[in-house]
Design a protein around this ligand. Structure first.
Ligand SMILES: Nc1ncnc2c1ncn2[C@@H]1O[C@H](COP(=O)(O)OP(=O)(O)OP(=O)(O)O)[C@@H](O)[C@H]1O
Length: 342
């Protein structure tokens, strides 16, 4: 069990000071995958770096298996750190070393014998799927392959905990998913606890069992994804769970009229905020109110048992019928705005 207990950290720069962490507490169970999500500057990196004391907190404790890391001397801390692996957004590989030698580095520093190093590195390269790249240099690898090397290196000392500092932020979506699946596989096969920080809900959704939300240095929510999502009225949480990319298609926005006239229908922007499912909403319009509609654009995110998102829908009934549907939306707290008439 890892206990982050009441951690605070203030940075001082010239005459200014900035509180990056404010009494943060979080318990992480062994074998769990925990994600900390927050906007840029929220304090994510400072928090994850506090766990292995790369950043020394001003107050609070990091208790791992009953041992408070903040009370250890440098030698004891170095010994504990060996059992905490870490990977970074920009991989931090040594460009002058081959893939094999990058992975071997922590073992060399630990005075491991050459034969043991060879056995361990080859086994780790197999775990991350890079057996055929042992002799290559980082510059010839893709971003995803570089992160695989970094993961193998982080596993060299058989850690019980892996810290992931925005490990997929520099990768494309497909590579991101493959790295996340590798992390999940490592968690399950090697029983390594994972703590990651991210600004992307997709990362949390893909692999985390528990989530904490950090904002302005404070943990504002923690729990399972479903528990976090149920707190959707919180404006910070809302920004993470409601996709913002659905927009009115370009071709449609040029046709949009500000006033209703004959032959035009209202175009509604509807926010799905967990109150009603996407399918139910369309069924209300089509089956209950028996109104034809045109769906122009929709982005729906399924989180836990709820769905969130935005859709642009034109109600194509008579104006009284359309009005009744809008009334239904209003009575049921389904946020909707008429963007114009098409
Ligand atoms: N060494 C430092 N000296 C001064 N201020 C710092 C230092 N490190 C971090 N900060 C400040 O602390 C705040 C939190 O930074 P941190 O890097 O932890 O945030 P973050 O959530 O990881 O952001 P990002 O996603 O942009 O990396 C920021 O305002 C940052 O400028």
């Amino acid at each position: 069990m890892i206990e982050i207990k009441n951690i605070s950290k203030t940075f001082h720069q010239e005459k200014q000071s900035f509180k990056a962490l404010d009494e943060v507490s979080l318990n992480i169970e062994q074998g769990d995958i925990v994600g900390i999500i927050g906007f840029s500057g929220a304090g994510k990196s400072t928090l994850i770096r506090s766990v292995n004391l790369l950043e020394k907190p001003d107050q609070g404790q990091i208790i791992i298996n009953g041992k408070d890391l903040t009370t250890l001397n440098n030698r004891e801390l170095a010994r504990e750190r060996k059992k905490i692996g870490m990977i970074f957004q920009h991989f931090n590989l040594l460009s002058s070393r081959t893939v094999f030698d990058n992975v071997a580095l922590p073992l060399e520093l630990d005075n491991t014998s050459k034969s043991e190093i060879a056995e361990k590195v080859n086994q780790l390269l197999k775990v991350v799927g890079l057996e055929d790249k042992a002799k290559d240099y980082p510059k010839s690898l893709s971003g995803g392959q570089k992160q695989r090397v970094a993961i193998a290196r982080a596993l060299a000392n058989d850690p019980y905990l892996l810290l992931c500092d925005e490990a997929t932020s520099a990768l494309d979506p497909v590579t991101t998913q493959s790295i996340l699946q590798l992390l999940k596989d490592i968690n399950q096969r090697l029983k390594i606890t994972i703590l990651l920080i991210t600004h992307e809900m997709d990362v949390i959704k893909a692999i985390c069992n528990h989530v904490a939300v950090i904002d302005k240095g404070k943990l504002i929510a923690k729990g399972t994804l479903e528990e976090i999502v149920s707190n959707k009225e919180n404006p910070i949480i809302k920004q993470f769970i409601i996709p913002k990319t659905a927009t009115i298609p370009q071709s449609l926005s040029s046709q949009l009229q500000p006033e209703l006239s004959v032959g035009l229908f209202p175009l509604l922007e509807i926010e799905l905020n967990g109150q009603i499912s996407f399918e139910q909403l369309l069924s209300v319009v089509h089956s209950d109110y028996k109104i034809p509609y045109k769906l122009f654009s929709a982005e729906v995110e399924y989180l836990g048992k709820s769905n969130f998102g935005k859709l642009f829908l034109s109600l194509q009934g008579g104006s009284d019928e359309n009005e009744k549907v809008i009334q239904y939306f209003n009575q049921n707290n389904i946020q909707n705005t008429i963007k114009g008439y098409v």
